[in-house]
Design a protein around this ligand. Sequence first.
Ligand SMILES: Cc1cc2nc3c(=O)[nH]c(=O)nc-3n(C[C@H](O)[C@H](O)[C@H](O)COP(=O)(O)O)c2cc1C
Length: 176
Amino acid sequence: MAPVPLSIATVLGSARYGRRCEPIAQWVANGIDTRQDMTSDLIDPLELPLSLGEQPLPLDSWRLLEERMEKADAFVIVTPEYHQGYPAVLKHLIDIVPSVWQDRPVGFISYGTYSNGVKAVEQLKQVLYSLQAIPVDQPLAFEGVERYFDHSNAFRPSIDATHHLSVLLDRLRHAL
Ligand SMILES: Cc1cc2nc3c(=O)[nH]c(=O)nc-3n(C[C@H](O)[C@H](O)[C@H](O)COP(=O)(O)O)c2cc1C
């Protein structure tokens, strides 16, 4: 009998206009979609009740987000490096749904212009450990991320990167 497909939620770390994050996260989602053993969801801060100015958080959308993330068996976080850390919008997302990370494997895809985003991932791991998540030590990182994009902002990773994504997804499965 075929194994029950794992639900993998890919979390976008950037809400910036013109963000590279979106095509990278879409590439991850496509990679998940090609597999029989996983299904994909995209958690995009731009579609969420994340405005700091909107307090209290709209209860219905907040509950919907929590329920959606609860359904995930594991996460992939796609994050840029901003000033040697990760974006505030990602911290806010983690903070408003802190319980969903517990006992779930988390993989990382990071990038930056000067670095490969490793400092962002180190800081994320520290926070996620405190929420009893299971960070998976198989990072996929892009230094000088702009060179992996064409003029229409389409992501053009190497075949190697596609292989590393597949290894990362395998590691998530085995971490459960
Ligand atoms: C506020 C800000 C801070 C940044 N800080 C860094 C940094 O510390 N290291 C780095 O390599 N790139 C840095 N960059 C470049 C980003 O990593 C690069 O622009 C990336 O594409 C941003 O991700 P996004 O397009 O998905 O928002 C920074 C960019 C911004 C907007």
